[in-house]
Design a protein around this ligand. Structure first.
Ligand code: PEP
Length: 253
């Protein structure tokens, strides 16, 4: 099955509403309507509505960076999947390493979020990745198996096939260090094999697996050409419309 690449911008806690809307307008002008890749932008919660308006009618879709697993309730400061859906989100990034590291997210809480995202009709972009110490131990594959198994839990095959996995080695996020092409391809092929073993071949072949970690215009062409890489989750280099557009254009046609 053909896997359409997804290039996703994670704006983290950057940009005021005005800045976010301005960058979104620039992206719409700069990114071709017939781009090979599907393009997603995930601003902060407060900018979702404004960015949603800015990208309306373009081929860029809206995503959020996080959500709570409950539908509603006394959870001060939190936002639900239905709320994200109501503002026009199609995707939600879940389990980002910064959420795991600074906000105590666990495989179990991420699993609950994934289940809740599906119930609201959102597509989870489920992030996994090892730390530098885990890679050096070496425990990379054990960590990824644990994160995948914990996050996916008892989801059915159809749900798993429709979500997006983002492999983001923690040591490469925001550090300027990029995993080598061999390291990236090795992990992506491992993930696909794991999914084939645990679920089935068709699922493993059709699921999209993105790479994230210091992807920039200068390295995107090589990374996006790797056989098991189906796009990129981009932090720092997505804050500028021109550099993000160049990454989008780097997807092989
Ligand atoms: C990210 O935030 O998911 C990310 C990959 O960041 P960066 O591109 O800055 O490494």
């Amino acid at each position: 099955m053909e896997r359409r690449p997804l290039v996703a911008a994670n704006w983290k806690m950057y940009k005021t509403v005005a800045e976010a809307v301005d960058t979104a307008h620039r992206m719409c002008q700069r990114i071709a309507a017939d781009a090979v890749a599907e393009v997603m932008v995930a601003p902060t919660f407060v900018s979702l509505a404004g960015v949603g308006d800015a990208i309306r009618g373009s081929n860029i879709v809206l995503g959020a960076q996080n959500m709570h697993w409950e539908k509603e309730g006394a959870f001060t400061g939190e936002v639900s999947a239905a709320m994200l859906q109501s503002v026009g989100c199609r995707y939600v990034i879940l389990g980002h390493s910064e959420r795991r590291q600074f906000f105590g997210e666990t495989d179990q809480s991420i699993h609950r979020k994934i289940v809740s995202a599906f119930q609201a009709g959102l597509v989870p972009v489920f992030c996994i990745g090892e730390t530098e110490a885990e890679r050096d131990s070496p425990q990379t594959f054990a960590v990824l198996e644990r994160q995948l198994g914990g996050g996916l839990g008892q989801l059915n095959d159809e749900e798993i096939q429709s979500l997006v996995i983002a492999y983001e080695p923690v040591w490469a996020i925001g550090t300027g260090k990029t995993a080598s092409n061999d390291q990236i391809q090795e992990v992506h092929a491992f993930l696909r094999r794991y999914l084939a073993d645990q679920y089935n071949n068709a699922l493993a072949k059709s699921i999209r697996i993105l790479y994230g970690g210091s992807v920039k215009p200068g390295n995107a062409t090589q990374i996006l050409a790797l056989p098991d890489v189906d796009g990129a989750l981009v932090g720092g280099a997505s804050l500028d419309a021109e550099s993000f557009a160049r990454i989008v254009e780097s997807c092989p046609g």
